[in-house]
Ligand binder design. Structure first.
Ligand SMILES: Cc1ncc(COP(=O)(O)O)c(C=O)c1O
Length: 373
């Protein structure tokens, strides 16, 4: 029997071969022994965490990075042996569970360590210390705080300092000063440690692709490039090798009607036909992540660009068709048809946002269908 989620024609197609090629190409630029941490937080940027993680591991990733305890737990079920690092906050109460499941946590607060020290552990808890060198998000900002934290962790048998890392705020921009300031601060902090932990890491995609491809330390954290997207328009103009987008979004026409000049379409009657027109309806709306701001964005039918008109509804939206297409006609929202392509970057521009956000907000109502040769 067909899986019930797949009755609706709206689906995201995830090209796992593209993910594998992107990781393999990135790997070619790494020094020997440098580990690839595949950043698969937020359901692998909306692409599907387990499947993307498998593809990345097959192509050379040796670690997984996520943002939350729940994401780590989900992945641990499918990957019993691989190192998993939670890059963000994990409540102290999660620490014994993390230790038991060999999930590595990020630490930046002595209060947190004190609270966790009081709990009982079946195994030592692996920790990566986060240094805030200029992102202003999480991490220690003073050398004395780093040393205090380090000493507190290393003096307890409950903990193991496995790594130390930072995150760059401007690696995807042309301006260099801020980036170099962060690197200098990071290195000063690392030098202040009595012993270098196993894994020092800092580079994200933009650092590796353009900013300083040699700044690899012991591991690099690849997110957006693995999915075939550039971290910014600036990086896109400087890519050292092509990357292949992995995410397409498709549906079908479910209704086609002819309207007369003057007839209006959708909530608020926001679109009015200026001449006799064919209007098509597609079953995707803001509850699928097609936010109302995307009204006016083009989609593809038969390789022709067709605009979304009127207000996007919760579950559907309407298109101004160039011809009376049949119901069931394929509509590509993201991806290629014939010689035309509509990219995630184009949607991001329409939504006044960045490409990272576009697949992330395609909701779980849209099934991810995995493609590989
Ligand atoms: C701490 C951290 N490291 C690495 C990454 C991956 O960055 P990118 O997707 O630009 O490669 C992210 C993404 O947001 C992050 O928050």
């Amino acid at each position: 029997m067909q899986n019930i989620e797949h009755f609706r024609p709206t689906k995201a197609i995830i090209n796992l071969d593209a993910i594998k090629n992107n990781v393999s190409n990135l790997k070619k630029h790494l020094h020997p022994g440098v580990q690839i941490m595949a950043v698969v937080k937020a359901n692998a940027y909306g692409h599907g965490d387990v499947e993307v993680a498998s593809a990345a591991i097959e192509s050379g990733a040796t670690m997984l990075a996520v943002a939350t305890p729940e994401e780590a737990i989900r992945l641990r079920k499918s990957f019993p042996d691989i190192d998993i690092l939670i890059l963000g906050y994990a409540p102290g109460a999660f620490a014994p569970f993390a230790a038991n499941e060999n999930i590595t946590l990020t630490v930046y607060s002595t209060d947190w360590v004190q609270q966790v020290e009081a709990l009982s552990f079946s195994k030592p808890l692996k920790l990566h210390i986060k240094i805030d060198t200029g992102m202003g998000r999480i991490g220690v900002t003073q050398i004395e705080d780093l040393q205090k934290l380090y000493n507190m962790i290393t003096s307890s048998e409950k903990f193991l300092v496995d790594g130390v890392f930072t995150h760059f705020a401007t690696a995807d921009e042309e301006e260099e000063t801020y980036f170099h300031h962060q690197v200098a601060k990071f290195e000063e902090f690392i030098r202040s440690l009595p012993e270098k932990p196993r894994l020092v890491h800092a580079a994200n995609t933009a650092t590796m692709l353009i900013k300083d491809p040699t700044l690899q330390y012991d591991a690099v954290r690849f997110g957006i490039s693995m999915y075939g997207l550039a971290p910014s328009a600036y990086v896109n103009t400087k890519l050292p090798f092509p990357i292949e987008p992995a995410f397409s979004l498709e549906t079908e026409l479910i209704e086609v009607k002819k309207v007369q000049a003057g007839q209006s379409i959708g909530y608020g009657a926001a679109f009015t036909a200026s001449e006799p027109s064919y209007i098509g309806t597609i079953p995707i709306g803001y509850a699928d992540g097609l936010i109302r701001k995307y009204s006016g964005q083009h989609v593809l039918i038969d390789g022709i660009r067709v605009p979304i008109i009127g207000r996007i509804c919760m579950d559907q939206c309407m298109l101004l068709l160039p011809a009376a297409y049949n119901i069931g006609k394929k509509v590509t929202l993201i991806g290629k048809q014939k010689d035309e392509e509509i990219t995630i970057d184009e949607w991001a521009e329409k939504g006044d946002t960045i490409n990272y956000e576009v697949p992330c907000i395609i909701t779980s109502r849209v099934p991810r269908i995995y493609y590989k040769k």
